[in-house]
Design a protein around this ligand. Structure first.
Ligand SMILES: O=C(CO)COP(=O)(O)O
Length: 136
């Protein structure tokens, strides 16, 4: 399969959880092209040695940049550990990003339990798994 692109995004209180999750699945992550919002991406690159394409920080437009990848059919999965207990100034951007995953049928995991299931699926990273894109 051509390179599988995944986005990794976490709000501040969820960054330790995402980092632990990435370390747990490092072998799978090493087979992916990784993009991320700014701070999340910096942390992951620093702590794991993975190569990460970093966009802007979420509050500065990073969620929207990842949303643009989805709209252009350039993203295969999103791992977005958003924080349900603290308000974010860019909440509309967060909602918009999650909305685009539904619009374009992109697999999205919002917590480590779902993320575990997604990356351990036998379909993950295989050519058998090409989710149908809606024909708008
Ligand atoms: O705010 C975010 C997602 O909504 C994440 O942004 P950072 O990775 O820059 O913290």
């Amino acid at each position: 399969m051509s390179e599988y692109t995944v986005a990794l995004v976490a709000h501040d209180h969820k960054k330790p959880e995402l980092l632990a999750w990435v370390n747990k699945h490092l072998a799978v992550m090493q087979r992916c092209k990784i993009v991320a919002t700014g701070t999340t991406g910096g942390l992951i690159a620093e702590e794991t040695g993975l190569e990460v394409t970093r966009y802007k920080s979420g509050p500065l437009g990073g969620d929207q940049q990842i949303g643009a990848l989805i709209a252009e059919n350039r993203l295969d999965a999103l791992f977005f550990f958003w924080d349900p207990l603290n308000p974010a100034p860019h909440d509309p951007d967060v909602k918009a990003l999650l909305r685009l995953c539904s619009v374009w049928n992109v697999p999205v995991a919002c917590n480590s339990a779902t993320a575990d299931l997604l990356v351990t699926s036998p379909l993950f990273l295989t050519e058998d798994y090409l989710p149908t894109k809606p024909n708008y």
